[in-house]
Design a protein around this ligand. Structure first.
Ligand SMILES: Cc1ncc(COP(=O)(O)O)c(C=O)c1O
Length: 378
């Protein structure tokens, strides 16, 4: 009997659950038995543990990463009509959250190497703009690689902008020995199941070192309520639930180990694909990337994708269309300067299989298949 060929998945949230099934099952049972399902001990313990993990003053749970961005923007005092700068090469959520806060997204180009917001472009736009000055900027640490925070912060200070780091893809990543999420005025996280720290459902968090901003996020996430449940400011309902918090507490214990496994896979890809002709992800001595995605670049992307698909190796494209070209935004969203890098990379990027439970043998098979593809093209 011939063995059924097994598919190599691009990501596998179920494998993340099975890796610590007993602890997660026990955590779920603990919540069920507690009888307390919203904003209880699990959420406050997770907030404390996540805060300690990042080395930051405050962490506030939210219902998801999009809400977390909206809460962070509103905590900065972003109001309807205010302009907020971010990139177009991101999950649509980054831009959707700006509009949810009533603000006007202004999309700018990315750095050619890092896929993240380009400080030179930012500087140009801030220097030359005759529009009202923006209120905030959201650098996205895309694929688990840091945006250039020192340069971005310099500009933010010079132009009086709030900085909100979108860390949805960068749990545990660092730059110059300092964790991402601790650089800006605030930072937001998503715990969507496929993230490096993923729940079994939706979840998010806002973190900050500034007590006054933390206090505002606290109020905003639950109707603007104070201790007496009197709404002090208009808020929303965006609570992290007890079940997800309990699961996240268990997952957080293994985050560093999971990130290290991702790095091992990335090293294997880096070495194995040296001669592949593909453009590989950036590396730098002061960067501690967490490889939410391992994204290669080639002009023959679609051909490589289907070659791998035919060999039961699944890949993905994060993201096939920049936000400013989605029907929901095209023609009405403000773009500043040229988005030529953004519009070029979307046709070239491919996310290889990457998750902590992917075995090194499977990763070797990916390398082998790509190198075969390369050979038949020569
Ligand atoms: C960069 C980025 N920002 C924001 C979000 C939004 O997170 P969520 O899906 O939890 O709302 C995501 C998740 O998809 C993301 O990848």
């Amino acid at each position: 009997m011939s063995a059924i060929p097994s598919v190599i998945a691009q990501c596998d949230p179920k494998a993340g659950y099975l890796a610590c099934k007993d602890r997660i099952d026990a955590a779920i049972a603990r919540v069920l038995e507690s009888g307390w399902y919203i904003l209880g001990r699990e959420v406050s313990s997770f907030e404390q543990e996540f805060r300690d993990y990042l080395g930051i003053g405050h962490a506030i749970g939210a219902a998801n990463g999009t809400d977390a961005l909206e809460l962070a923007l509103r905590a900065c005092g972003v109001e309807p009509g205010d302009r907020v700068i971010t990139v177009s090469h991101t999950a649509v959520a980054t831009v959707a959250a700006i509009e949810r806060a009533g603000a006007v997204p202004v999309l700018i180009d990315i750095d050619w190497q890092t896929f993240c917001l380009c400080p030179d472009v930012l500087q140009n736009i801030l220097e030359r703009s005759d529009r009202p000055s923006p209120k905030a900027i959201i650098p996205v640490h895309l694929y688990g690689y840091p945006a250039d925070m020192p340069d971005i912060l310099d500009l933010a200070v010079r132009y009086g902008l709030y900085v909100i780091e979108d860390c949805a893809q960068a749990h545990g990543a660092g730059l110059q020995g300092r964790k991402l999420g601790t650089w800006g005025d605030l930072a937001t996280f998503s715990f969507y199941p496929t993230k490096n720290l993923g729940a079994i459902g939706d979840g998010g968090a806002v973190v900050t070192n500034k007590p006054e901003l933390a206090e505002k996020v606290h109020l905003l996430r639950e109707y603007g309520w104070d201790q007496q449940r009197i709404s002090r400011i208009p808020g929303i309902n965006s609570r992290l639930d007890e079940m997800q918090a309990a699961i996240l507490r268990e997952k957080l214990k293994g985050l560093d180990e999971d990130n290290e496994k991702r790095r091992q896979i990335a090293r294997l890809y880096d070495e194995g694909l040296q001669e592949s002709g593909l453009m590989l992800p950036p590396q730098a001595n002061d960067v501690d990337a967490v490889y939410h995605q391992y994204v290669i670049r080639t002009k023959n992307r679609d051909d490589l994708k289907s070659w791998l698909r035919d060999r039961d190796i699944l890949t993905a494209i994060h993201y096939p269309v920049p936000v400013h070209l989605y029907p929901a935004y095209q023609g009405r969203i403000e773009i500043a300067g040229s988005l030529r890098h953004t519009e070029t990379v979307v046709n070239e990027i491919l996310s290889l299989p990457m998750y902590a439970q992917l075995s090194l043998t499977e990763a070797e098979q990916v390398v082998e298949a790509i190198n075969q593809w390369r050979k038949q093209k020569d």
